[in-house]
Design a protein around this ligand. Structure first.
Ligand code: CTP
Ligand code: MG
Length: 264
């Protein structure tokens, strides 16, 4: 018999859909990376920032939206054999998640594994999936809701992104400026990226099979010839990538907790 390695509750999406008049909205968090650029002895999503693990902070934002009835579930993709997630996220929160040990060699493979699992468990072709990096722990519920509102009536779907504020330089092999890239119309892609399960499975599966390097979901959708919608996101929804990002994230979280404390 196959061991049931799910840590959280199993969702029955088709039963849930019967109780909803709209397509379901499910968050899918790839959490199976190794965090090599961040250095440190462990995957960055399990590093503690301001008293909680990175992935715990991320999950709190999504859980709040579940509590508000705006999101119907949260699924987390882990590396097979991951033993750190259970230490990093408290049991009460884990109970409200679906955990899928189907992580792969790249982020795209992990997302692909998660989409396959969601489809197997009855999530429908027209239901929405919000893919979000576990390592992007500064996302706030209001931003998630803004993305949902902006995309749910859209034929393709979309993503949070930020207009690029800096002048951009292309480097040569010696690390010197080759030229300046006009930044007009350039946006830095963030997550969540919100697409219908059917579309995303189709394009991601085909892109992976074709050997296309896919770094985000929108990239696969574009590759298949469709134009995802850009939804302006907050500048502080950055992905913790390098060692210094943990300090920056702690500063943002400290600022937020102070402003919550002083709100009349
Ligand atoms: N991710 C994943 N499976 C992988 C690689 C990445 O689920 N094989 C997840 C990471 O856990 C992270 C998100 O995708 O939440 C964004 O990826 P990235 O920032 O590249 O994280 P890592 O791959 O862990 O970091 P690095 O590239 O520095 O090793
Ligand atoms: Mg990576």
């Amino acid at each position: 018999m196959e061991p049931d390695s799910r840590i959280g509750r199993m969702s029955d999406w088709s039963t849930l859909r019967a109780t909803h008049r709209r397509p379901l909205r499910v968050a899918l968090l790839p959490c199976a990376g190794r965090g090599e650029r961040a250095g440190g002895g462990r995957p960055k999503q399990y590093v503690e920032v301001s008293g909680r693990s990175v992935v715990h902070w991320t999950l709190l934002a999504f859980d709040e939206l579940v509590g508000q009835g705006q999101l119907d579930g949260v699924a987390v993709v882990l590396s097979p054999g991951d033993e750190e997630f259970v230490q990093a996220v408290p049991p009460a929160l884990r109970e409200r998640l679906q955990v899928m040990p189907v992580g792969g060699a790249t982020r795209a493979h992990s997302v692909w594994g998660g989409l396959q699992a969601l489809a197997r468990e009855g999530l429908g072709e027209t239901d929405w999936v919000l893919v979000h990096d576990a390592a992007r722990c500064l996302i706030e519920p209001a931003e998630l809701l803004r993305l949902i509102v902006a995309c749910e009536g859209d034929a393709v779907g979309g993503l949070l992104a930020c207009p690029v504020p800096d002048t951009l330089k292309r480097a040569d092999a010696l690390g010197r400026v080759q030229d300046t890239v006009p930044r007009d119309h350039l946006w830095a892609a963030q997550t969540p990226q919100m697409f219908r399960l059917g579309l995303l499975r189709d394009v991601l599966g085909r892109a992976l099979q074709a050997g296309i390097p896919v770094t985000d979901e929108a990239g696969a959708v574009e590759w298949a010839g469709q134009a995802p919608k850009l939804v302006a996101g907050p500048a502080d929804n950055f992905k913790l990538t390098y060692p210094d990002d943990f300090r920056r994230a702690a500063e943002v979280l400290a600022r937020r907790s102070t402003s919550i404390g002083t709100t009349p």
